[in-house]
Design a protein around this ligand. Structure first.
Ligand code: EPU
Length: 336
């Protein structure tokens, strides 16, 4: 069933009070087929929404048919090459799915605990945290292609994963609608403790289990990141910028405490949170939008902010970081 002029306030974690021209709840492939074929909304562009945790609603009314993905289900598919295959519907809540895999005795997703959003949204930006990315344990996904009215299967190579990036953010994959995702989790688990703060948090724990690592990740996130149920936000608002070796060395000469991580190809990834923090924005507000006091990379809704107010704050921050460091910050959420 398609609803007209539907509120999106409860469907975006920024808590922006915008609405959609039309909204359809999608519980199965048939719902999706019907919504895409409905002549009453044929003139509207389609926007897919999962948990709404990585979007900024910039307009008061989104002139689109919003497909709210609510396809549920999770199952074990058996073993393949020493890995256990598990599949989940696009509408499953990501953290609940992670917890389910851990309860099943399976490790591999614990570093990605408590990331807001849904299973179907996870591959789109190749969600990552604490030294892990979804691409590390991704097997394949099924997606609906409205143009050909077919279901296609994509493996990891076809998804073209990058840092907070995949084919679904580019022209070739943008129209595909993810139905479910399959992960290949190691039968023989070893912890991933590349992220120093996580390694410290679990040091001395014996035996170290996926559940213990998950609990440590949850504690770190709760310490640093605002709970969207309490303070509207979309996680990191900017990507960590990647600069050339020469640019990083030049910056280090001028700012010796610059937080940076050298990449395998010689480039360097800078901590955008540090850059914003240095510009004095941590904890500051502009209108009803603000910068979170414990992590400058997260923009928050102080209450009643419009998408335009959040955008205005983002633009001021980008301009100041550019003026001071010569680095262009790129927004991480999708602007609708
Ligand atoms: N820092 C500051 N001030 C700040 C924030 C950070 O100085 O206000 C410096 C600190 O030195 C800190 C470093 O920046 O050690 C890195 O900060 P943090 O470990 O919090 O990670 P991040 O680089 O800011 C990224 C991801 C997060 C992910 C964490 C942990 C991006 C855009 N963000 O943040 O992902 O949880 O690493 O792995 O890559 C998200 O994408 O929504 C997200 C929250």
């Amino acid at each position: 069933m398609i609803r007209r002029h539907a509120s999106l306030a409860s469907l975006n974690t920024f808590g922006i009070a915008a609405s959609a021209e039309a909204l359809a709840e999608i519980h199965c492939l048939d719902d999706l087929r019907a919504a895409c074929a409905d002549p009453a909304v044929a003139d509207l562009p389609r926007v897919v929404l999962g948990g709404g945790s990585n979007v900024l609603l910039v307009r008061d009314t989104l002139p689109a048919l919003v497909l709210h993905m609510a396809i549920r289900g999770r199952e074990r598919l058996g073993q393949e090459n020493g890995r256990e295959l598990v599949r989940a519907g696009a509408g499953e809540v990501w953290h609940a799915f992670v917890q389910w895999t851990i309860a099943q005795g399976l490790g591999g997703l614990e570093n990605l605990s408590l990331i807001p959003g849904t299973v179907g949204a996870a591959p789109i930006q190749n969600i990552g945290a604490y030294g892990a990315e979804i691409q590390d344990v991704f097997h394949s996904l099924r997606a609906y292609d409205p143009a050909s009215d077919t279901v296609v299967t994509l493996d990891a190579a076809a998804c073209r994963f990058g840092y907070r990036d995949s084919v679904f953010k580019h022209a070739e994959g943008r129209a595909l609608i993810i139905l479910d995702v399959c992960f290949a989790l190691p039968c023989a688990w070893t912890p991933n403790l590349r992220y120093a703060e996580l390694a410290q948090a679990v040091a001395g724990l014996s035996p170290l289990t996926p559940a213990a690592v998950s609990a440590a990740v949850v504690a770190i996130r709760q310490r640093k990141l605002p709970d969207p149920a309490v303070i509207g936000n979309a996680g990191s608002f900017f990507k960590n910028p990647v600069v050339t070796r020469a640019q990083c060395e030049d910056l280090l000469a001028r700012f010796p405490t610059l937080v940076h991580h050298w990449q395998a190809d010689g480039s360097a990834k800078l901590a955008a949170g540090w850059l914003i923090d240095q510009c004095g924005w941590k904890g500051r507000d502009l209108g009803r939008a603000g910068v979170y006091e414990k992590q400058a990379l997260v923009l928050v809704n102080r209450g009643g902010a419009s998408g335009r107010e959040v955008l205005a704050l983002a633009h001021v921050i980008q301009a100041e970081v550019l003026a001071r460091f010569g680095v262009q910050l790129e927004a991480e959420p999708v602007f609708l």
